[in-house]
Design a protein around this ligand. Structure first.
Ligand SMILES: [Zn+2]
Length: 369
């Protein structure tokens, strides 16, 4: 089979539940969907039967629309039983935004990995270099245009705006930990690259994977390098995380945070590797022609117009791809006299470059080459 082809099998249908509604996807497991006022216009959340009560997985954005939708769920779908626990897969505002409200509303604990929880507290407090000035400097050394930096300054600290408060304590989730939720046992699968220590949940009895943002059916997960870990190989961490999904049952039903629940975990992982290998190859080719900053790479990776918000994601993604190749030795990285970091590649044959890009994405060479 072509490694880049993937037709998701949408086992739960293609009509998502309305806001405030629920849709059973497996015994004791319900799918919720909340709208979002941005290009990515929704998030999926999960409600799990948990003995005498319920466990919520992910919370939605902190706004009145989402609060109202939750109130409707509480009124119509909890059968008079309380929410006992609130799990957050990771720190992003669409996942953790309403965590504080939900935990207070139900006097329930927040369950999160330590990496996600502490990072959320640090970013939420605006500690340098996770604040606006730190982000602006990070983007400046990677070649962002003055107009982009100005727009970032004007926007201010988006995380503090979107996550105004967090629970002051948490219960730690750890890689490999088994959580009993109702009659089912769920195992924490930790993953990096998208966020510090993302927790996906795997239930082998039901062959269900609550994937969070680590595995989505249509869009590729954003992988970025951030100011607090400016030399990180985030894409390498993400690709190694995908290995853990290779080990799951082929019939696994994936419950993603965006898009529709699907089957086809192995072919989706293969397709993502091929996608990143293709992008890595583009960068290798371009950096053999001339030294490029990460900002110079954006038009190679993204062919559409980008707004400030998308430009930030795109630059983070460009740095992550360049750092993957830097980590394998395929690109060199230097700080030029103008204060900008640029990447260069040695001259190489097309075949050699393809081998480097595929190896960096964790793919073997195709048979016959
Ligand atoms: Zn996310």
């Amino acid at each position: 089979m072509d490694e880049a082809s993937f037709q998701p099998d949408y086992f739960a249908g293609t009509v998502p539940p309305a806001p405030g509604g629920v849709h059973a996807v497996a015994p004791g497991v319900y799918w919720l969907r909340m709208p979002m006022p941005m290009a990515l216009d929704h998030i999926n959340l999960w409600l799990l039967e948990d003995g005498e009560g319920w466990t919520i997985v992910d919370c939605g954005l902190c706004n009145d629309t989402t609060r109202q939708a939750w109130e409707q769920v509480f009124e119509q779908h909890l059968q008079g039983r309380p929410v006992r626990r609130v799990v957050c897969t990771h720190l992003h505002p669409d996942h953790v935004g309403l965590a504080d409200w939900l935990c207070r509303r139900w006097n329930a604990p927040l369950l999160m990995t330590q990496g996600e929880y502490l990072s959320a507290r640090i970013i939420g407090a605006g500690l340098p270099p996770t604040d606006t000035a730190g982000l602006v400097e990070h983007f400046r050394v990677h070649g962002a245009q003055p107009a982009h930096l100005q727009a970032l300054r004007a926007r201010g600290n988006l995380y503090m705006q979107l996550v105004p408060s967090l629970p002051l304590t948490f219960q730690r989730l750890e890689a490999g930990q088994r959580l009993r939720i109702g009659a089912a046992e769920w195992q924490v699968i930790e993953g990096g690259g998208h966020s510090p220590e993302h927790a996906a949940l795997w239930c082998s009895q039901q062959r269900l994977l609550i994937a969070g943002d680590l595995l989505l059916p249509r869009i590729s997960t954003n992988v970025s390098v951030y100011p607090m870990e400016p030399e990180s190989d985030a894409l390498g961490r993400y690709l190694r995380s995908l290995d853990r999904f290779d080990a799951l049952d082929a019939q696994t039903q994936v419950l993603p945070s965006h898009g529709l629940p699907f089957r086809g975990v192995h072919s989706r992982v293969r397709q993502l590797r091929a996608h990143h290998a293709e992008r890595l190859l583009l960068l290798l080719q371009a950096c053999a022609q001339r030294a490029l900053s990460a900002a110079d790479m954006i038009p190679l990776l993204f062919r559409r117009e980008l707004d400030v918000h998308q430009l930030g994601f795109a630059l983070g993604e460009a740095i992550a791809h360049a750092h993957r190749l830097w980590a394998t030795g395929a690109l060199s990285r230097r700080l030029d006299a103008d204060g900008i970091i640029r990447f260069t590649a040695e001259a190489a044959s097309d075949q050699h470059r393809e081998a480097l890009a595929r190896a960096a994405a964790g793919l073997a060479m195709p048979l016959g080459s």
